[in-house]
Design a protein around this ligand. Structure first.
Ligand code: DON
Length: 565
């Protein structure tokens, strides 16, 4: 095993430098602490909706439900009714639960549904309009969470969202997103929602009124999830999707279930990390990442050095190569292989194959084709209360406004693209084709979303997560790893991010993460380095002795906000 080795002087230097960094960062970050409850989410009005639940005596679950539906009204680019996601929940007794409300493929879906008669992929078929839509899980997921642990009424939890749908002021970020996507919305729908006008773009501060959305939310508030999955509304949605080229039926909606799953538990340097199991690749990916990091003493490598970037990229490559080969819906995977790739023996050999200098060519880890990472949109939110109830949720429509197909105030997801839809072709995140993740009726498409809760000595210390498609796993790894070095959640979030994923073979670097000299050195080593403006938008909550300190990506592009009582 090629562990990294340091002499005592080097270790002392790292220790002192690290200590200094931690001190500076801690001084810079003067964060608000809350004792009743705290919220961190992608939009200030959604945070306010959660805080309102706390004011009414609600708990972290009530706040989460309020935040979720509020995001559907104010952050439509990713917030959703017709999407899906994952929740990791810490309950006061200490147990951690995982809820899967991921979309499913319609029962009439087939592995070749995105191929033409010559077996070639039909351009954008899994990304645009009705064919790209998975059966949404959000309403079932929120209702399941609320029925299990909520304390104020379901109607009350939806009320803030209904008010926001009736009218709210647009932020610049959301005005820009509406303007940038309006043309595509018109192309896909043949018309625009009544509040959008191609020739009169939105600007910051404009008042957005979404009457249809308010009506849809009201019906969900009054009739619960049955109205969405069983009643006339479900029938109409299925007919609408079918009329637009989808294969959805009323039965697909009736069959949909949110599922409780055993969370993935990872032990890393004395911490317990709870995250999402399959159908998210996040759990197994983070397990492999953190275990390799532990074996390689990665915590002793100074962040943002060439060595750090190289070891990070090599571990990421191995994680993503296994993801492509083995991971998919739990019903499709080979459980023996799943056990094997998480075993100590296997991970030791994977870590040992990392050289200090040489880049492992991707085809040594399994040959496949390359692709491009294009889109970065989803959202994460966290809520916590003084009882010890903590909720960490990542939810998505997949692309910006999902399929962009608009119906009764909602945008439908385009989650079908997370399946492997065409042999030899990658999806929008550059993730290569994988047999185990091919489209199967009723199955859930493999995800990267990794809502996480970190526990130390039986006590939760943080909840966190981010959007970013395939970059989610590498970025959640980075934040957890830095936090456990002692950086504090906010400081860890503020740090620049790196990403690598086996294929494409690029090392993706957030601008400013590495100096030009280091970038040149990595290029000379053989890395295809790509600098990009931003990776991820984190939201999290740090917990210190019952005090809750929400953290968020306040400095990156977005609307991230935090608050509490
Ligand atoms: O489930 C997944 O992994 C993707 N559908 C998530 C999409 C995403 O994060 C988009 N970008 N930020």
């Amino acid at each position: 095993m090629k562990y990294l080795c340091y002499d005592k002087t080097q270790l002392m230097r790292f220790f002192l430098l690290g200590l200094l960094e931690v001190l500076v960062i801690t001084l810079k970050a003067q964060h608000k602490t809350y004792s009743v409850g705290a919220i961190s989410a992608a939009h200030p009005l959604a945070v306010e909706a959660g805080v309102e639940m706390l004011r009414r005596g609600g708990n972290a679950i009530d706040a989460a439900v309020a935040v979720h539906f509020a995001l559907a009204a104010v952050y439509q680019v990713a917030g959703n009714i017709a999407g899906g996601g994952f929740a990791v929940v810490h309950i006061p007794e200490g147990q951690v639960l995982a809820l899967d409300f991921r979309e499913t493929a319609p029962m009439a879906a087939t592995a070749d549904m995105y191929l033409d008669s010559n077996g070639k992929p039909i351009k954008r078929a899994s990304l645009d309009g009705a064919p790209s839509v998975g059966i949404p899980g959000t309403v079932a997921g929120m209702k399941m969470l609320h029925d299990s642990l909520g304390c104020v009424s379901w109607q009350e939890c939806l009320q803030p969202a209904i008010e926001l749908a009736k009218g709210h002021k647009l932020t610049k970020y959301m005005a820009d997103h509406w303007n940038n996507n309006a043309k595509e919305m018109l192309r896909i729908n043949g018309q625009l929602p009544s509040f959008l006008n191609l020739y009169v773009p939105f600007k910051e501060g404009d008042w957005l009124v979404q009457t249809e959305l308010a009506e849809t939310l009201e019906s969900i508030a009054v009739f619960g999830s049955d109205s969405f999955y069983l009643g006339t509304f479900a029938q109409q949605m299925a007919e609408f999707l079918k009329s637009k080229g989808g294969r959805h039926t009323h039965e697909d909606f009736a069959l949909y279930r949110a599922l409780w799953r055993k969370p993935q538990l990872i032990s890393y340097r004395g911490y317990s990390i709870y995250t999402m199991p399959l159908p998210s690749a996040g759990g197994i990916g983070l397990h492999q990442f953190l275990k390799m990091a532990e074996l390689l003493c990665f915590n002793r490598v100074k962040p943002y050095t060439v060595k750090y970037a190289h070891f990070f990229a090599e571990m990421a490559k191995r994680v993503y190569a296994d993801r492509q080969r083995y991971l998919g819906d739990p019903m499709a995977v080979d459980q023996i292989e799943i056990q094997k790739i998480q075993s100590e023996k296997y991970l030791k050999s994977r870590a040992a194959s990392i050289s200090k200098r040489r880049i492992t060519p991707s085809d040594e880890l399994g040959a496949s084709q390359s692709g491009k990472i294009e889109s970065f949109q989803t959202t994460h939110y966290c809520t916590a209360d003084s009882s010890g109830l903590i909720v960490s949720i990542t939810t998505t429509l997949n692309g910006y406004f999902g399929s962009k197909l608009y119906y009764k105030g909602m945008f439908f997801n385009n989650e079908m693209d997370d399946f492997s839809t065409a042999p030899g072709h990658s999806n929008q995140f550059g993730l290569p084709y994988s047999e185990v993740n091919k489209v199967r009726p009723g199955h859930r498409m493999l995800s990267s979303m990794s809502p996480t809760i970190v526990v130390k000595d039986g006590k939760p210390i943080a909840a966190l997560g981010t959007p970013g498609g395939s970059t989610i796993i590498t970025n959640v790894f980075q934040v957890i790893e830095l936090m456990i070095r002692g950086w504090g959640l906010q400081s860890a979030i503020d740090q620049k991010k790196l990403h690598a994923q086996w294929l494409p073979e690029d090392l993706i670097v957030e601008k400013g993460a590495l100096t030009p000299k280091k970038l040149r050195k990595l290029s000379r080593m053989g890395y295809n380095v790509q600098e990009i403006e931003q990776i991820g938008i984190f939201n999290g909550i740090e917990i210190q002795d019952k005090k809750m300190i929400p953290a968020a990506d306040f400095h990156r592009k977005g609307n991230s906000a935090a608050g509490g009582l």
